[in-house]
Ligand binder design. Structure first.
Ligand SMILES: *Cc1c(COP(=O)(O)O)cnc(C)c1O
Length: 373
């Protein structure tokens, strides 16, 4: 890689800072031959519960399974209506279908790019049973409103927090806002394993008990299986890596927030670049730093030619994906989600980005972007 290339994420730079710790932890798992669940996973579950403010954490195979199993453990019945934002990664909806639920899309708020109390009220129906709010990009703004609005109607909120490890609202951790949340530890997430992993966090003792069976063939005891479930167990090596990385997560999150503040400072006077919202009291953890620009695709190409990698999260709202044509929502059904997808651009974001690198990104961005007419 040439010196002035700037990758979108740089997991190698992070690994360099924790190499010895990671290797010691992995060696321990191998020496114990504790490859599936086991002590490291149990310790991680306890430590991540404390970090997120939930009573229980149940480690599973990935973040998609976490959503599916959370819905099942909460008693979803075939055909139950589950509200999902149109602007999210498709796994939120996919896991709903796999659990047997009926995906019902909602538009998102123009400021937060997330569901709000208002977008929830617009999409809710008398047969909505669950809602899956997604603090997209790590922005938890408005999450408390959605959870409260759902509870008032007897709808179960389950937060898809795959991008929001460590986010808080009004100083409250996710476990003090919602009863259940799901996490992904895909390597590129704010807390990432060295393979696939995920978790469900819950304050409900019975839901936690059911989840421990759901992830392990419905096993109730050494000899008996209470129901047919699935295999979605976190593996021991991932538990060990996640324990090491959890100890650094606050420092890395502060690093991401500093990178975001530097982007804001350097882009403040450029009307051609619309900055992401950071609402008072909502701790944005910047899984992604997403701006809105004119001629997004042209700009992305120019940045790419300068060695700066960017992303689009996501190029299409869910109802425009081939997989969800069956829902029958035409163009114009969810105007905010559709407008966002046209002009969003995800800039490089990771704790190790230097001020010089951020300055280079902003320089190319402001030189090449056309002012909004
Ligand atoms: C990453 C992600 C998921 C899926 O997690 P996996 O671990 O990749 O299965 C679900 N929802 C959102 C919002 C995500 O970003």
């Amino acid at each position: 890689m040439s010196e002035n290339k700037i990758p979108f994420v740089d997991l190698g730079a992070q690994y360099a800072t924790i190499r010895d710790e990671v290797h010691r932890a992995m060696d321990g798992v191998i020496a114990d031959t504790a490859f599936i669940l086991g002590r490291e996973v149990e310790a991680f579950e306890r430590e991540f519960a404390a970090y997120t403010g939930f009573r229980h954490v149940v480690g599973v195979g990935n973040g998609t399974d976490a959503i599916e199993l959370a819905l099942r453990a909460h008693g979803l019945k075939a055909g139950d209506r589950v509200m999902v934002p149109a602007h999210t990664f498709m796994a939120t909806a996919e896991a709903t279908t796999r659990a047997g639920g009926a995906v019902a899309l909602s538009d998102v708020c123009e400021r937060s790019f997330c569901m709000s109390g208002a977008t929830f009220e617009r999409a809710v129906t008398s047969d909505t049973r669950f809602v899956l709010p997604v603090p997209i990009y790590g922005n938890p703004a408005g999450l408390d409103e959605v959870v409260d609005a759902a509870r008032r109607r007897g709808i179960v909120p389950i937060v898809d927090a795959a991008q929001a490890h460590g986010a808080t609202v009004g100083g409250k951790k996710l476990g003090q806002i919602a009863d259940t949340a799901t996490f992904s530890f895909y390597p590129g997430k704010n807390l990432g394993a060295y393979g696939d992993a995920g978790a469900v966090a819950t304050n409900d003792d019975e839901v936690a008990r059911l989840l421990r069976m759901w992830r392990n063939h419905g096993r109730a005891s050494k000899f008996d299986h209470e129901f047919e479930a699935t295999n979605s167990r976190m593996d021991g090596l991932q538990g060990a890596v996640l324990r090491v990385k959890l100890r650094h997560l606050e420092e890395w999150t502060e690093g991401r927030r500093t990178v975001a503040a530097t982007y804001r400072e350097l882009l403040a006077d450029h009307p051609a670049v619309r900055l992401p919202e950071e609402r008072d009291g909502a701790r944005h953890v910047y899984h992604l730093f997403v701006v809105r620009v004119e001629d997004r695709d042209g700009l992305r190409r120019t940045l790419g030619e300068a060695g700066i990698a960017t992303g689009i999260h996501y190029p299409l709202p869910l109802h425009r994906l081939t997989a969800y044509r069956r829902l029958g929502h035409g163009k114009g059904s969810f105007p905010v989600s559709e407008a966002i997808c046209e002009d969003i651009l995800s800039l490089p974001m990771y704790a190790e980005l230097t001020r010089d690198q951020i300055t280079a990104v902003c320089g190319h961005l402001t030189e090449s972007s056309r002012p909004v007419r």
